[in-house]
Ligand binder design. Structure first.
Ligand code: BG6
Length: 468
């Protein structure tokens, strides 16, 4: 150790672990009664839209390998793990009959985690609308909202005696953006007003699920996981500052404010009202949102948003996009992950922590995702046969330095979860970018091999911190 070394120590009860999701890891898409989600359906129609034409049924086989995986979680220093229940596995028709084989599977996973001293953290929805529910209108339909609330209640009743940390949704803004705005995911609709309806209905579904959970008195916490992309203006000019404020309203506060403070931001409502883009709000919606604030927040952080004032007006007849009100902007000298195109800016994680401390009642939260996707990691395999991903270790360390600073300054952060435990299937990108602490070899029966970052993560959590 030289004079400049510094130690970053974290609380002994800090949550260390990783996040994953059912649809991205379980595989066994057609086994034991599971029915298709929108991903299975879209893949069956357009496999060419998925990287390497690898579809959702090829996810990492956690369904059959969960015992081995939980041992690997121990070997990589996990004391907590977040995944999601698949609605289409637990209640294959969206509502009605519960699939007993799925109950068995999720019970087995939860019990196995607990038996290995790993806190199970469960999320209920990770972009994976059952196809039969999409056929009824997906999040645009109140029938689907009601079915989701029933599904949530079923999960709480079945598993809530052991699962003490629940999340209603992961990144609920992603289905709005990707499926209703930017034409990236099924059902490929481009219509802001319909997207706004999806957002509002999702928030109502979330609030109703929170209400149901509280009523069941299960002695746990419930919240939502949001991907926050703090917005920074390009300059101090008033118009750039205003542009950043608008981007923040659309992409962060649209969900963060209603789920924590119980109200939509007035500035956002004003912008939508002026343009006749407000969603339909049913009687009782605003009250249910107001009376069910979360008591735990998950923050997924990958990248900031840099913006400047719009240079050219967009003709009013063009279908509305939030980007009509500001321009995205990234300084050319910023650090970018070339595989994903996302800016890497570690100190933003600290800004998020301080923002929650100062503007959101210092609500308990944890970093529920943060990670680095890299294409072609095989080239970093060493002679012992494992991948030496020093770039991932550095990425985690650099973010953790700022998490440490936030904690020192009083942010109520309970833990850090990496995306992700093992390489997994990721939506249209499939297995292009690898994020895991553990490699998954698709050509060798999903063989798992701990990467250098996995060994390092174990030392990190054993020591409750690191010295650098
Ligand atoms: C998060 C999602 O937004 O980013 C994950 O919660 C996703 O589901 C992760 O896999 C990484 O994104 P991608 O597209 O690079 O795999």
């Amino acid at each position: 150790m030289n004079e400049t070394n510094q130690t970053y120590s974290f609380p002994s009860d800090f949550w260390w672990g990783s996040a994953a999701s059912g649809p991205q890891t379980e595989g066994a898409a057609k086994e034991d009664g599971r029915k298709p989600s929108i991903w299975d359906y879209w893949y069956s129609k357009q496999p060419e839209c998925f990287h390497g034409e690898v579809g959702p049924e090829h996810t990492s086989n956690f369904y059959h390998m969960y015992k081995e995986d939980i041992q690997l979680m121990k070997k990589t220093g996990h004391n907590s793990f977040r995944t999601s229940i698949q609605w289409s596995r637990l209640i294959p028709d969206g509502k009605g009959t519960i699939n007993e084989k799925a109950v068995q599977f999720y019970n087995d996973v939860i019990n196995e985690l607990i038996a290995n001293d790993i806190e199970p953290i469960m999320n209920l929805y990770h972009f994976d609308m059952p196809m039969c529910m999409q056929e009824k209108g997906g999040w645009e339909s109140r029938e689907v909202v009601d079915a989701y609330v029933e599904y949530a209640k079923t999960c709480f009743e079945l598993f809530g005696d052991r699962v003490k940390y629940w999340f209603t949704f992961n990144e609920p803004i992603v289905p709005v953006e990707a499926s209703y705005l930017y034409n990236l995911h099924y059902p490929h609709i481009v219509d802001f007003k319909r997207g706004a309806q999806v957002a509002h209905n999702t928030i109502v579904a979330h609030a109703k699920a929170v209400a149901v959970y509280k009523k069941l008195n299960l002695n746990g916490r419930i919240g939502i996981i949001l991907n926050l992309t703090p917005s920074y203006p390009r300059s101090k000019k008033e118009e750039d500052v205003q542009a950043a404020h608008i981007a923040d309203l659309f992409f962060n506060r649209s969900f963060l404010d209603p789920v924590t403070k119980g109200v939509y931001p007035a500035g956002l409502i004003e912008i939508l009202k002026e343009r006749n883009l407000l969603p339909a709000v049913e009687e009782g919606d605003l009250e249910i949102i107001q009376s069910n604030p979360i008591d735990l927040l998950g923050v997924n952080y990958y990248q900031p948003r840099r913006v400047k004032a719009k240079e050219e007006q967009v003709p009013p007849e063009k279908p509305f996009m939030p980007e009509h009100l500001f321009d995205p902007y990234i300084k050319p000298d910023r650090k970018i992950n070339p595989h994903r195109g996302w800016e890497i800016c570690e100190e933003v994680i600290y800004d998020i922590m301080i923002n929650i401390r100062d503007h959101y009642d210092n609500i308990p939260f944890f970093i529920s995702e943060n990670g680095m996707g890299v294409e072609g990691e095989e080239k970093f395999r060493n002679h012992e046969g494992y991948i030496e991903d020093d770039y991932r270790i550095e990425f985690i360390q650099e973010h953790l330095k700022w998490v440490h600073k936030g904690l020192q300054e009083g942010a109520n952060c309970l833990g850090y979860h990496l995306w992700t435990f093992m390489d997994n299937w990721s939506w249209a990108n499939a297995y292009k970018n690898r994020y895991g602490l553990v490699e998954v070899d698709l050509n060798r029966d999903f063989k798992r091999t701990i990467k250098k970052s996995g060994q390092w993560y174990k030392a990190l959590t054993d020591n409750h911190g690191f010295t650098i």
